[in-house]
Design a protein around this ligand. Sequence first.
Ligand SMILES: Nc1ncnc2c1ncn2[C@@H]1O[C@H](COP(=O)(O)OP(=O)(O)OP(=O)(O)O)[C@@H](O)[C@H]1O
Ligand SMILES: [Mg+2]
Length: 359
Amino acid sequence: MVGGLDWFRPKTPPLVGVDISSSSVKVLELSETSKGQYRVERYAIEPLPREAVVDGNIANLDAAAEVLQRAWRRSGSRIKNVAMALPSALVITKKVVVPTGQREEDLELQVESEANQYIPFALDEVNLDFQVLGPAPSGPEECEVLIAASRKDKVEDRVAVAQAAGLKATIMDVESLAALSAMEMIEPQLPGGGKNQLITLVDIGASIMRVAMLTNGQVVYTREQQVGGNQLTQDIQRHFNISQEEAEAAKRNGGLPENYEPDVLQPFVENLGLEIARALQFFFTSTQYNKVDHIVLAGGCATLPGLDEAIASRTRVNVVAANPFLKMAQSSNVKTRQLTADAPSLLVACGLAMRRFAA
Ligand SMILES: Nc1ncnc2c1ncn2[C@@H]1O[C@H](COP(=O)(O)OP(=O)(O)OP(=O)(O)O)[C@@H](O)[C@H]1O
Ligand SMILES: [Mg+2]
């Protein structure tokens, strides 16, 4: 490893997953009851003030640390080691092919020289890590290696947030890769088991909608759009002339006038359905694929009433809300109904918490 923090290294001490995104901090602890069988021990979601995290960048370290500390306390966890993730947009990942059987030091050197070609800043400003994925398609003489690189200051910001909250960042993953590991929990639930199928993961958070096309655990296409729950909150504010806090609370807990659904929610949801149908069309025209088997909805907007139907009717694809915990046991600390409602927004946190058991 070149850069100081263990990004990919398996066999870690107990740790909790910590997802710091634009709207909240999510803390999640899993335990393993037997090999590959997990139990949800505890979790917490704490809202962040606006502008504390902007476009994945920590803009207000103190505010982020305070919220992380509160989330960790509220979760009830006693584990201070945390796995965190950088937003995919801040990380360059690249698959390269290298000869098999090199010594660790030689592999590191080779990764550095490969990275030099792809990374647009000086290597001493970069956190670099790599993971051997397995034999290359060409045969056993070569293997595929995944290189991940990010600017050091981006990694250091998150490490500092953990430290200021009294915790220790022991793993720095990438959000998209963490979500992908959590998807391994979801795929077997899908009709057909997900094998050789094309799965669209749609993550609609507060500010961004991310669409990823997955097949057999690999991402074959991604697309991002600036749309999310913040926009719905703004629509509510404007329409009913209320504050952001009131709009945010009412969106989650109800209490808005009767015309909210037809006049505000429905147009928003219809628009999301349309954007997702468009994303599928773009995907079909720019790749050799022409069919999607399942759409899995993630992010805090996944459970918006009517969204699943709006998407299904525009795309003619089966839509399910992401729940990586469906087959997991749950401790008495966790309420199943609340967990089911929160599950779509806990995908990254789940993938990170699972790093505790990485083989
Ligand atoms: N029960 C709910 N009903 C309606 N909206 C909700 C609900 N729960 C969360 N949201 C909305 O989902 C959004 C937060 O989702 P999520 O936690 O996935 O976002 P994020 O990861 O912080 O954002 P981003 O991915 O854009 O950085 C907020 O806009 C929030 O208002
Ligand atoms: Mg998110």
